[in-house]
Unconditional design. Structure first.
Length: 312
C-alpha cells in the first residue's frame, strides 16, 4: 500500500528526497523501489532466501524412505537418527514437514484381526467354493443412522492462542446426538432392495410396519428358499418381530455364534472397497457379526465376495 503511494507522489512531481522524508525512510529505499519497478514492473519485493534448511536433499529422501519402509516409525525416532546441518538432531516437526511436502500424513491405522497368510488363503478358498451354493440364498439387511448437522468422528479446528472458547471455535452439542436420518436396505448376490428411510426412532412396531411388511415379506413371497439375516438389535429380536416373521414364513438364521469376521469386498468399476462386517450363516462354523452396507446415491454396489475368517 505504501509503495503505491510513494510511486504516486513521484508521478505527481515530488522528488525522491521529499518522498523519503515524508515516509521517514532513507533516500536509497526510494531509489531501490524505483529501480525495482522499472525492472520488474511490480512493487512486490523479491523473494528472500530465508533461513537455510536444516536438512539436505539426501536427508529429505532418507526421511521419506524410512517412513515408507516402516509405516509405524515415529517422527521422534527419525529425528533422533538424523543430524542436521547445525551439528545436532533435528526437531520432530521438521520430519513432519518433510513428509507433508511429499504428501505423507500421519493417520490412525486401520484395525483388523491378526491373520497369517495360510489363514487368509484357506478362508478365501472356503468362501469362494461355498459362495454360489450358500450365499445366494441369504438376504443381508441392516440399518444405519446418518447425522445431518455434524460428523461422527473426530473434528479438528485451527485456532489461535486463547481462542479455545471463542464462538467460532466451539462445537455445539445437541441433546440425544442431534438430528439424523436412519435408512434400511437389504442385499443379495442377485438383487437388492430399495433404500428405505425410517421415520422416527426404530422400534419393533416401526420395524414391522415400515420395513418387514412392505419390503421383506414381498421379497420372500416372490422368491423361495431364501434366508433372512439381520443383527441382534432389540427391534430385530423382539417377540413381536419373531412372531411376525414366523407367521409370514420368513426363515431367519438362528444358531450358536463364535467369533468370526467376514469382509465383503465390492468391486466397483474396476476398483474395490471394504464395505464392512456381515452376518453370514455357515454350516460348519456358525457365526455372526455386524455389517455396514456400502451406499452411493442410494444404490448398493454388488461385487465379488472375499471372506476372511478371524480365528479358526
Amino acid at each position: 500500500m505504501h509503495n503505491g503511494t510513494k510511486l504516486g507522489l513521484l508521478a505527481g512531481g515530488a522528488t525522491q528526497t521529499e518522498v523519503a522524508r515524508r515516509f521517514n525512510v532513507a533516500d536509497s529505499t526510494i531509489t531501490r523501489l524505483v529501480t525495482r519497478v522499472n525492472a520488474t514492473e511490480t512493487t512486490a519485493e523479491r523473494p528472500r532466501p530465508g533461513q537455510p534448511r536444516v536438512t539436505s536433499v539426501r536427508q529429505d529422501h532418507y526421511i521419506r524412505q524410512r517412513h515408507l519402509r516402516n509405516r509405524f516409525a515415529t517422527a521422534q525416532s527419525t529425528a533422533n537418527a538424523i543430524v542436521g546441518n547445525r551439528g545436532r538432531s533435528i526437531h520432530r516437526e521438521t520430519v513432519i514437514n518433510r513428509l507433508r511436502e511429499r504428501v505423507i500424513y500421519c493417520r490412525r491405522p486401520a484395525r483388523c484381526q491378526a491373520l497369517t497368510q495360510r489363514h487368509r488363503l484357506e478362508r478365501q478358498r472356503w468362501a469362494l467354493n461355498n459362495r454360489r451354493r450358500q450365499w445366494d440364498n441369504v438376504v443381508f439387511s441392516d440399518e444405519s443412522r446418518f447425522n445431518i448437522h455434524h460428523a461422527d468422528g473426530r473434528v479438528r479446528i485451527y485456532r489461535c492462542r486463547n481462542e479455545r472458547f471463542a464462538n467460532i471455535c466451539v462445537r455445539k452439542v445437541y441433546p440425544y446426538g442431534g438430528w439424523g436420518v436412519m435408512v434400511w436396505a437389504a442385499i443379495n448376490t442377485n438383487f437388492k432392495s430399495d433404500l428405505v428411510v425410517c421415520n422416527d426412532n426404530l422400534n419393533a412396531r416401526r420395524y414391522i410396519d415400515q420395513i418387514l411388511r412392505p419390503h421383506v415379506v414381498p421379497i420372500f413371497r416372490r422368491r423361495q428358499g431364501l434366508m433372512f439375516m439381520h443383527d441382534n438389535a432389540r427391534p430385530h429380536t423382539a417377540i413381536v418381530t419373531r412372531h411376525f416373521l414366523q407367521q409370514n414364513n420368513v426363515r431367519c438364521y438362528n444358531g450358536q455364534f463364535v467369533p468370526l469376521i467376514f469382509v465383503i469386498r465390492l468391486s466397483i468399476c474396476g476398483t474395490s472397497s471394504v464395505a464392512g462386517y456381515v452376518n453370514v450363516p455357515m454350516p460348519l462354523i456358525p457365526s455372526t457379526s455386524c455389517h455396514r452396507l456400502s451406499w452411493r446415491n442410494g444404490t448398493i454396489f454388488k461385487g465379488a465376495y472375499t471372506a476372511i475368517c478371524a480365528s479358526p
